[in-house]
Design a protein around this ligand. Structure first.
Ligand SMILES: *[C@@H]1O[C@H](CO)[C@@H](O)[C@H](O)[C@H]1NC(C)=O
Ligand SMILES: *[C@@H]1O[C@H](CO)[C@@H](O)[C@H](O)[C@H]1NC(C)=O
Ligand SMILES: *[C@@H]1O[C@H](CO)[C@@H](O)[C@H](O)[C@H]1NC(C)=O
Length: 317
């Protein structure tokens, strides 16, 4: 069921809606929905505000609410422990040449941060053996689809039996490897029955592949915008189940694909999507029905809504 929140509008400025058209937005912008539901992070206290890598590293050891003010450059990989929220202050907070590792943790929130470039071979956010994670209203970018493909690893990777995760209202741009869910065809024992991830209201633009790539797990993708992704988009493999709905794909090769580069195919259901100069190949029809309620926005408005209401500076801390 869809509820139109008439108090909230996004000004359409995308290739899928003509400029100047007002698109009503149905989904609530400041709400955790999907498989990550119930994640509370560090709770609702004021927390600690940090303005340096040293302060961030120290605060991360204690957990709780950590607010980053300004852009922190060169922090390296920061370990985020259980029961932590890392929140950007205003519209200019971020991490350059660094990243977060969420490992053997539960209950972690990361919101309103600009991630740009990572240490060599590293992910901007790496989630391993962890549950209940909410990645919301961030921007993930690097140098584009150029240079060494392996200079950086993923933008947001979910691996090693992680579970119960929502990735919402983020912008993923200018990078080789987007979001890897399940790292290897050989990891069935740890990943089967895990890796439930909801992706909604995200922008994927000029990212080569893995938007996401998902092995063994379960992915629900809705009301998202895909533009200019040259190799592959939503890649279901090794028996993964994906449901893709109300999303817009423009100039995206293999926008939804189930039979690429793995020992076994994946499953997919697609409904109410828009494909413009974008192909799909679903060789195994899926059957995913998600166990939660959610509000979609229509594919025709997804790009305008995400352009306006995803990324930093939309939710305020
Ligand atoms: C997003 O909005 C900006 C500014 O209105 C516009 O230049 C850009 O083309 C839009 N991008 C998409 C993907 O809609
Ligand atoms: C996280 O918080 C919960 C609730 O307060 C607590 O029971 C749990 O021990 C905490 N976990 C860790 C690893 O600190
Ligand atoms: C899908 O992939 C199969 C190979 O597995 C190929 O035979 C078929 O032509 C492809 N369909 C489309 C629509 O590309």
């Amino acid at each position: 069921m869809r509820f139109i929140d008439t108090a909230t509008f996004a000004l359409a400025a995308s290739s899928t809606a003509s400029a100047g058209v007002i698109m009503p937005r149905a989904a609530t912008v400041n709400q955790l929905v999907g498989y990550g539901a119930g994640t509370t992070g560090g709770g609702s206290g004021a927390g600690t505000t940090v303005t340096s890598c040293a302060a961030l590293t120290a605060a991360a050891k204690a957990g709780g609410v950590i607010k980053i003010s300004g852009n922190l450059d060169g922090c390296g990989i920061i370990k985020i422990i259980s029961n932590t929220s890392v929140l950007g202050v205003g519209a200019n907070a971020g991490i350059t040449n660094g990243g977060f590792q969420i490992r053997k943790a539960t209950n972690v929130i990361v919101r309103n941060l600009k991630f740009h470039l990572a240490p060599k071979g590293k992910d901007q956010i790496d989630i391993d053996e962890s549950t209940k994670v909410w990645i919301d209203h961030n921007e993930f970018t690097s140098a584009g689809i150029t240079g060494d493909k392996d200079q950086y690893d993923g933008l947001v990777d979910v691996k090693h039996g992680s579970d119960s995760i929502t990735v919402s209202w983020n912008k993923f741009k200018d990078h080789w490897k987007g979001s890897l869910v399940g790292h290897s065809d050989n990891n069935a024992a740890q990943d089967t029955g895990k890796l439930h991830v909801t992706y909604h209201h995200n922008l994927f633009q000029n990212v080569n592949s893995r938007l996401p790539s998902i092995r063994f797990g379960t992915g629900h993708i809705y009301s998202s915008c895909y533009i200019d992704n040259p190799t592959s988009g939503i890649h279901s493999r090794m028996g993964a189940q994906v449901l893709v709905e109300e999303s817009s794909f423009t100039n995206t090769k293999s926008a939804i694909i189930t039979n690429l580069d793995s020992d076994e195919e994946g499953f997919a259901v697609e409904r109410n999507n828009i494909f413009t100069n974008s192909d799909i190949n679903i060789t195994k029809p899926g059957n995913l029905k998600v166990p939660y309620s959610y509000t979609t926005d229509p594919a025709s408005g997804a790009c305008a809504i995400v352009n306006k209401s995803a990324g930093v500076g939309v939710v305020n801390f």
